[in-house]
Design a binder for this molecule. Structure first.
Ligand SMILES: [Zn+2]
Length: 375
């Protein structure tokens, strides 16, 4: 990686930390405002409950005063009734007294009604007071916490700021200008390249740009988002191993003097593809033929004098492929007229290995021939 890009990465880390801290510092007073609004709500509720209790108290006083006034009137009417001359005058006074007594009863009922409310009013006020007290304690704790976090953030912020100033000093001014412009608009000024893509804007890079970033010999900008690109080999996705390694195990070479010899023939007359097994037994040799695909025995076992190469020369043509394989005579007798599929599989896979080997040898031979022809 270019030293300038490495410095920019450190600068971006500082810039991002600074922004995070600034956001956090700005967020705390907002949090306090929210709790304070909640506290104001509780205060208003308490005021309302207190005002209601006060109004009740004032009304009670008003009704009590009214009752006293009415009682005063009644005793005045009683005094006057002692001096009345006519029956009419007496009746009129009596009427006034009755009216005043009725008014007193109405006021007494009103007072009674207020008295019934007093209990619930008191409870409302007490509950609101308790809530306000709890909330006030809570907001004090929150404010204290906010002050602590803010002080801590401010300290970190000034550390990051001075680190940032130091980093800026060492970076080429044109590069710095471009970085800061993109940082301002996009929130970051650099982007990693991963799997041929700009991780900032997710756009695939042109192969030439990709190679330039990988080589790390010059500053490269993303064509689409203008961020400074960098490459970290540790983050590159791992390529899968090519599947070639699977068949590297060498096929064992069949022994020439084996007592049992297996062959494959692709062109065995009408039978087509067959497997042949020859067995050398002292003075004579036997031959047994199996169908290549079904494993079924074709015809009878043949017995001729001599070793199998002398006894069955017509079977060992150029197309015959010698295979690996050896099974005991007893086991082969148990197969009967059809060899088990597991045996067939072993022979088939050895044939494929033999054919691959042959193909490889052929390729090497022909490329060697080309080379010699060219020179
Ligand atoms: Zn980009």
């Amino acid at each position: 990686m270019l030293p300038d890009v490495e410095k920019l990465l450190a600068l971006q880390e500082a810039d991002l930390q600074i922004r995070k801290l600034q956001d956090e510092i700005a967020e705390l007073p907002k949090r306090i405002t929210v709790i304070e609004q909640q506290l104001a709500g509780t205060k208003a509720q308490l005021e309302k409950a207190r005002a209601a209790a006060k109004a009740d108290e004032a009304n009670k006083k008003k009704y009590e005063t009214a009752i006293q006034d009415l009682q005063g009137k009644i005793s005045k009417y009683r005094d006057q009734s002692l001096d009345v001359k006519t029956n009419e005058q007496y009746k009129a006074l009596l009427h006034e007294i009755q009216f005043a007594e009725q008014e007193i009863r109405i006021n007494e009922d009103r007072i009674l009604e207020l008295m019934l409310n007093v209990d619930s009013r008191e409870k409302e006020v007490k509950a609101a007071e308790a809530e306000l007290k709890a909330e006030t304690a809570e907001i004090e704790r929150e404010k204290e916490e906010a002050r602590r976090v803010t002080a801590e953030d401010q300290k970190k912020l000034s550390e990051w700021n001075s680190r940032r100033d130091g980093l800026r000093q060492g970076i080429d001014s044109e590069l710095l200008r471009r970085y800061e412009r993109v940082m301002k608009f996009r929130g970051s000024g650099l982007a990693e390249v991963r799997d041929h893509k700009c991780m900032g804007c997710q756009v695939m890079l042109r192969p030439q740009i990709y190679n330039e970033v990988r080589n790390g010999e010059q500053v490269v900008y993303c064509d689409s988002c203008q961020r400074v690109l960098y490459f970290d080999p540790a983050n590159e996705p791992k390529r899968e191993q090519p599947a070639e390694a699977v068949h590297t195990r060498r096929r064992p070479r069949p022994k020439a003097d084996a007592a049992q010899a297996w062959f494959y023939r692709p062109d065995y007359g009408e039978a087509g593809e067959v497997l042949l097994v020859f067995t050398n037994g002292g003075e004579s040799a036997t031959r047994c033929v199996y169908d290549m695909h079904s494993g079924r025995q074709l015809g009878d076992v043949l017995n001729r004098e001599g070793g199998y190469r002398q006894a069955f020369p017509e079977d060992l043509t150029d197309t015959a492929v010698r295979l690996n394989g050896h099974w005991e005579e007893e086991e082969m007798l148990e197969w009967g007229a059809e060899m088990p599929s597991s045996i067939l599989d072993v022979l088939h896979s050895d044939l494929r290995a033999a054919q691959r080997e042959h193909q490889k040898a052929h390729n090497q031979h022909s490329s060697a021939a080309e080379h010699s022809a060219a020179s």
